[in-house]
Design a protein around this ligand. Sequence first.
Ligand code: NAP
Ligand code: G3P
Length: 498
Amino acid sequence: MTLAETLFGSTSQGEYSLALMNGELRPCPVGREIAIHSPTDGTLLGQVAALTHDEIDAALASAAGAQPAWAERPVEQRAAVLERAADLLLEHAPTVARCLEREIAKRRSDSLDEVRRSADFLRFTAEEGKRLSGESFFGDAFPGFKRNKIGFTYRVPLGVVLAIPPFNYPVNLAISKIAPALVAGNAVVLKPPTQGSLSALLMTVLLLEAGVPPEVLQFVTGRGSDIGDYLVTHPRVGMITFTGSSATGRRIARLAGMVPLLMELGGKDAAVVLRDADMALAAKDIVSGAFSYSGQRCTAVKRVLVTEPAAEALLHELLPRVKRLTVGRPEDDADVTPLINHEAADYVQELIDDALARGARLLVGNQREGNLLWPTLLDGVTEAMRLAWEEPFGPVLPILRVRDAAEAVRIANASEYGLQAAIFSRDVNAALRIAARLDVGTVQLNGKTARGPDHFPFLGTKSSGLGAQGIRYSLEAMTRPKSIVFNLAEQAGLEEVA
Ligand code: NAP
Ligand code: G3P
């Protein structure tokens, strides 16, 4: 019986208590089980193992030992494994999506989208991996050198890539790291988010079933607060690709030392709305951008900076749309579902309470049942309120009214974050002038802030990250150039050549 049949056959809803070690599924060692509960109703969904340092050492040693042979495989074979993995993900999409729905309370349609998007990501990366190439150079382009010095480069893998994704995309943001790393010839150690480990295990088993050698893709579970420091400082780690909070990212950057880092961190994406904007379009995209997956997206719209002349017209379009959002269970495909845990809900509530206490006007929401929060819209938010600056990662949207675009840029740039921003205006020239002044990785013009499409560069400035993801960008971040230089004999005529 294959791994996938074992896992998908017996407990296909992620209700298992297993550890995956070097391609073998074993019962969780007694006393080291980490229980995973549903954020929706608290039921026990399954257990994963808290790995010991010795088990981590063994996983990393196995990955490092197998990586050279994996890199020696023709890239078209590595690419074919990714293609097969995409097929298997689609074949098992309902099961993996159901696990996401139950484990991270992602609504059914978004859970299916995450799996399908991951299959697309695998296929696109398989193709891009086959086109990863270098450059060539002639010496005489630089003073003092001649054309008999010819150089060329090709790209080589970095060795063992440590991949650490966050809870909100435990499959897609794992694949966005694993796929480029593998096709480029690296081995991967995946440390999934604890709340998301069950879904990540289903995905990992399918990658192994597709033909990734078990030594080359290691699955290391355990709470980040327990094993994170050990992992990021491990001598066998050749590169770290991390997506998560800015606080954790900073900690890793301090500890990791001389390894390449690729980090996608927190965000406080602003939607700037000018008076000439298409208000219906702006409202539609702002609501979708702010409240999908209950605001638990780094690229969520987390503040609206609207000029006074535009404010009433925008609110006229925004308010009914927020009120129409459905609230409930992920299996009912509700627009807004329970947050990942009570601590997260407490934090969002704290920010709402602070804003209201300091004079913000509640337009709709501020209702809570457990870790289910109703979509909340607050007008008249000022710079004196925590909600103007902190990242709620929940279904709350502050409206800040500004005098003009200059004030919008000042407030947008005053944030510690610099992931994305959106500008809504019919005047493209004005929008581009504003975009040029925004200190962020990406500016969306007349559209909501978002990471996709996945071949686009995805990056943040300041506390929002280091380096750029996006398929080709990730491939380059997980490889380095190898330089070869021919020092040919001084060029002579061809007469002596017979
Ligand atoms: P998080 O608490 O930073 O955790 C992210 C990942 O890091 C998880 O796998 C976590 O494992 C692990 N981790 C925790 N402490 C660690 C440590 N000391 N060393 C190494 N790994 C450690 O973030 P989250 O709660 O999952 O996600 C929410 C945050 O991530 C938000 O700030 C959001 O903006 C940001 N985010 C950014 C992006 C982006 O693309 N820019 C995408 C998604 C989320 P455990 O689960 O075991 O703690
Ligand atoms: O928070 C996850 C981040 O990567 C956003 O992804 O595709 O929802 O914009 P997306």
